[in-house]
Design a protein around this ligand. Structure first.
Ligand SMILES: NC(=O)c1ccc[n+]([C@@H]2O[C@H](COP(=O)([O-])OP(=O)(O)OC[C@H]3O[C@@H](n4cnc5c(N)ncnc54)[C@H](OP(=O)(O)O)[C@@H]3O)[C@@H](O)[C@H]2O)c1
Length: 331
């Protein structure tokens, strides 16, 4: 079925199609039944089986932290709209298998693999599985994340260390481990937060200037994130220009990391690999103590949209996206 026309004001990824399938339902954007036009025009992936025969390798999408919440709904959206295998991952296999079973009741068929992003051995086990089974990755959604509750009595120094470890350092480690497997036209959707914008606004001008610059490197960013944790331990973070938000700083890290990753890919001459950061909105999940207004499926819309951007997309690319639109990231 060829696409019959662009519909969405922001993107070229919704195409009207016949048939009651494949909905990402954002009523403000899309009131009809659409088929996501994903990279099904790509060259097929071919893997060498023996010297004399080849077989087609399935495309594959991986979602971190997807046994519940936004990640679970991203898996659901990808199962409906991505032409390939979708891997639901969880650090606790029991929770992961239960989540797979829940989706199977809906007629969806994700696969499961254990993944604790803070355990490097778990990350390399996933990499080896993907390498052996698919010889590559087509979609990676970095969704796993943690947040202390506002009422937490844990010292700020501890919150800074633990939050940065999962949300920034472990996500970066996972990217460094899995990125060598990204195939041409791969899409990476890093789930950050609008809180990264609020935290950016509260940084000193000197820090802001570095976070919005186009020449900041990953080493420099990681150095700043380490400095934040260290200064939180010394009780000097505010004097050093950091805001009073560990979660906010960790998500500043995720947003800026995504921008740097796109520049690095482009510098290497990667073939149409597109990396973006996003906010899912304020979602009804355990993380928000179910105070968020959006359902998990609504929260999954922007991360899934970025995961399914069509081949050759010019924007968004290395940007921060909210509600399907590129959002400000500036001084
Ligand atoms: N909810 C919101 O309003 C909102 C707003 C902005 C951004 N976000 C971001 O959206 C993402 C999903 O949030 P959510 O609201 O769905 O949170 P959630 O319901 O708490 O789910 C978080 C998921 O991440 C997993 N996780 C945490 N640490 C992990 C680790 N080390 N390795 C692997 N998985 C890990 C959790 O696994 P367990 O079940 O084992 O804990 C869970 O599956 C997060 O990155 C969050 O920061 C959420």
């Amino acid at each position: 079925m060829p696409p019959v026309g662009l519909h969405n004001r922001d993107s070229a990824y919704f195409y009207k199609a016949n048939g009651p399938r494949n909905l990402i339902t954002d009523q403000s954007v899309c009131r009809h039944t659409y088929q996501l036009h994903i990279s099904n025009t790509k060259e097929p992936c071919v893997k060498a089986k023996t010297n004399t025969s080849v077989e087609m390798a399935n495309k594959v999408a991986v979602v971190t932290g997807s046994n519940k919440g936004v990640g679970f709904a991203i898996v659901r959206a990808l199962c409906k709209n991505f032409k390939g295998d979708v891997i639901l991952t969880a650090r606790n296999p029991e929770l992961g298998h239960a989540a797979v079973q829940e989706l199977e009741k809906e007629g969806l068929h994700p696969k499961f693999h254990q993944l604790d992003i803070s355990d490097h051995a778990s990350v390399t086990a996933l990499r080896d599985f993907l390498q052996n089974t698919y010889q590559g990755i087509d979609v990676l959604v970095n969704n796993a994340g943690i947040a202390y509750k506002a009422a937490s009595t844990a010292p700020f120094s501890e919150q800074a260390e633990v939050t940065l470890k999962t949300n920034y350092f472990s996500t970066l480690d996972l990217c460094e481990t899995l990125f060598p497997l990204l195939r041409p036209h791969a899409r990476v959707s890093n789930v950050s937060s609008m809180v990264s914008q609020f935290a950016l606004a509260k940084c000193s001008d000197a820090l802001k200037a570095r976070f919005v610059s186009t020449d900041i490197t990953m080493d420099e960013l990681t150095g700043i994130m380490k400095k934040f944790v260290q200064s939180a331990q010394n009780g000097t973070h505010q004097a050093e220009g950091f805001p009073e938000s560990s979660y906010g700083m960790s998500k500043v890290g995720v947003t800026v990391m995504s921008m740097i990753q796109q520049r690095e890919m482009d510098k290497k001459g990667a073939d149409d690999i597109v990396i973006n950061a996003c906010c899912p909105g304020y979602v009804d999940t355990d993380m928000t103590s179910h105070k968020g207004k959006l359902t998990i499926d609504q929260g999954a819309e922007t991360p899934a949209y970025l995961a399914l951007l069509p081949p050759g997309v010019k924007e968004p690319r290395g940007q921060f996206v909210r509600e399907l639109k590129v959002a400000d990231w500036k001084m």
